[in-house]
Design a binder for this molecule. Sequence first.
Ligand code: IMP
Length: 431
Amino acid sequence: MANIILVGSQWGDEGKGKVVDIYTEFSDVVVRFQGGGNAGHTIVIGDEQIILHQIPSGILHQNKLCIIGNGMVLDLETLTEEINLLKQNGYFSDNSQLFISEEVHLVMPYHRLLDVGKEQKAGDKKIGTTGRGIGPAYSDKINRTGIRFIDLFDKHVFKEKLELNLAEKNPYLVNQLGQAECDSQELFEKFTALGKNLRPHLANISVKINQFIEDGKNIFFEGAQGALLDVDHGTYPYVTSSSTIAGAACAGCGIGPTKIDGVVGIVKAYSTRVGEGPFPTEQHNEIGKMLQEQGKEFGATTGRPRRCGWVDTVALKHAVRVNGFTSLALTKLDVLTGMEKIKICRSYRLDGREILDFPANIKEVADCEPVYEEVEGWNQDITKARHNEELPPATRNYIKILQELLGVEFILISVGAKRDDTILLKNPFEL
Ligand code: IMP
């Protein structure tokens, strides 16, 4: 048995959905521990594509338990839509597959209005959020004014919290942000009804997960976003509002760090970013366009085109360090097929200095000039490769250089969008 965390090592969208789906096969329980509806995990099964935002991807497998951890912020309206869509498509027929933390904070409609309104007001200083209310919901949590899932089941507590929140937020929404105000009674009724429907999933997930660990189950912690969007270690303030690194998994579901056996980092073979913020290896040219088109780099949650560029090992080494990766999975390698030359950023140059550690100052990050090593590309179709030896020498060379620079072993290489288009080198649950 093993308890494994999997997190993104760049700006999110590393292709976690597919790797999570594969690793779910080896696990008994899948846990989401941070983020919320801002995430979008795309999974391709046969010719079908499914995008999950809040429910762990394990839900697509029968007999796997899925847990929504206290560290997430949960939108019950979109969760209900997600559940209905899964059921319509023949998934999630067993309600006992899903547990929702009683402590998880809720994303309320006023959080979405605040998110969108603040972004509009910020003009060119905007963060480029997904507009899902994530920042305002986490702000309320830290501010100790948030509404938790369990509050829905005590109507006095819920009503009081709702009224306090709206007394503060409605004037700000209307007068400062030009948004609509929210009606307390309407929200009370709507969320009481949503809570009633979802109540069978309510659980003390800390007790449950610790029991699963004692029972020797394989537990898989599914991260969302990526290291450079982490609220502490990312390109602040152009980040999301949660801790996205491996260390967040324990706090986000109520287990101790001593229970974790391994941390897998997902590395996309090139870099992408959605929203604003510095991105040293971004390519505003044909290369960027080609990566965007070949990699189908459009946001799973918002449909926004993703900014694209070369792989950046300065940023990746930062992710290796803050996460303590024990192994790596390389994704979307096939997207590079057809490039004559491929560039790998090995360091940055700033005012004549060589920079090896990702700077905390985002102005510096923006001014850094990447120093590249150029390697040969390949033209052969690699999607049918199932063993390293079946990859062209240039592809193997690219993987070798990355592995040497990052100092962590690749245990999975994804060579196409489908579940089978994968070279599985090691099972992290058997390490
Ligand atoms: P928020 O999480 O909606 O507040 O957005 C903050 C920043 O994180 C924006 O730049 C978003 O584009 C980015 N972001 C949030 N979730 C994801 C994700 O799942 N993938 C990639 N970027 C994300």
